[in-house]
Design a protein around this ligand. Structure first.
Ligand code: BV8
Length: 241
């Protein structure tokens, strides 16, 4: 299977790679749906990753993100992240990398042009529209941080469930999907939309779709090939060209 996929990659004029939380598993970052352990085991990610949860329980949600930030700060990109960054630099213009991940590991591996559909774990923004008083100097310590003048809270700069994805990122992803002839779908269960919809669009357009995941996924039904291997093992082999 790997030989056939390597041939498809060599033939592809434009390759799109969509990654999910499994891409970072071998870096030691728990996947999105496996992450709810210990303190967080009583919650599902969909329960905490919403504006409603943050407004109702700001300290709980803030602390969940703080614990994830601490975990990501202790790890680095794995061989899969590095293989993608190196392929991009050897083949300028042939690869578009789209990620659902917020951990920043693709960017730290050197994939500077990564399309980040769901934002960045390491960044914050104002919860409510900032007033004149909401400046970096007015941010006071707390869980969450807040504006010391009006009390506006800081929130993680990620896309929560029920929130629209950044329009520019989603549009860039859709443009890349419209022109690709091969799409690798790496480390995602394929349950979150509109990200998973990009794979269906690629398939409907006639692009070849390859799913790389040790487990079956919702997207296997549109795959031309499924490679049942971990990303950090598989990608360095596939992207050697
Ligand atoms: C939207 C940031 C329009 C936050 C994330 C009701 C109202 C509104 C919308 C909806 C609704 N009901 C449903 C929806 C749509 C909703 C959605 O899709 N829900 C799902 C749960 C059904 N989507 C949205 O809300 C999106 N916005 O639709 O806006 C709108 C707006 C208003 C009103 C109506 C419509 C926003 C979605 C973005 C959510 N934010 N992240 C944070 O991180 O805290 S998504 C989150 O899930 C992560 O980013 C994660 O990347 C992503 C996808 O999960 P996966 O990456 O697939 O991770 P998972 O753990 O599931 O799977 C890991 C896989 O890796 C597994 O398959 C495993 O086998 C594999 N694996 C493990 N090890 C390895 C491996 N693979 C390879 N190698 C390994 N070593």
């Amino acid at each position: 299977m790997t030989g056939l996929v390597r041939q498809w990659i060599a033939e592809a004029k434009h390759l799109v790679v969509l990654t999910g939380a499994g891409m970072s598993a071998e870096s030691g970052v728990p996947t999105f749906r496996d992450a709810m352990t210990g303190l967080w085991s009583q919650f599902s990610p969909e329960e905490l990753a919403t504006e409603q949860a943050f407004r109702a329980h700001p300290q709980r949600v803030w602390d969940w993100y703080a614990s994830r930030r601490e975990a990501v700060a202790l790890v680095g990109p794995n061989a899969g992240h590095i293989a993608l960054a190196e392929f991009h630099s050897r083949h300028p213009g042939r690869l578009t990398l789209i990620t659902q991940n917020v951990d920043g590991l693709h960017q730290r591996a050197g994939s500077a042009h990564t399309i980040a559909l769901h934002g960045a774990l390491g960044e914050d923004r104002w919860l409510d529209a900032p007033l004149g008083c909401c400046t970096p100097d007015s941010i006071e310590p707390g869980r969450p941080l807040r504006c010391k003048v009006c009390g506006n809270l800081r929130r993680p700069a990620v896309v929560w469930f029920g929130e629209h994805l950044p329009a520019a990122a989603l549009e860039a992803a859709e443009v890349a999907v419209q022109r690709c002839d091969l799409m690798l779908v790496v480390g995602t269960s394929g349950v979150v939309y509109p990200a998973a919809g990009l794979v269906l669009s690629a398939h409907q357009r006639g692009a070849r779709v390859v799913v790389i995941n040790p487990e079956p996924t919702d997207l296997d039904r549109v795959a031309d090939a499924c490679v049942r291997e971990p990303a950090a093992v598989c990608l360095p082999k596939l992207l050697q060209t």
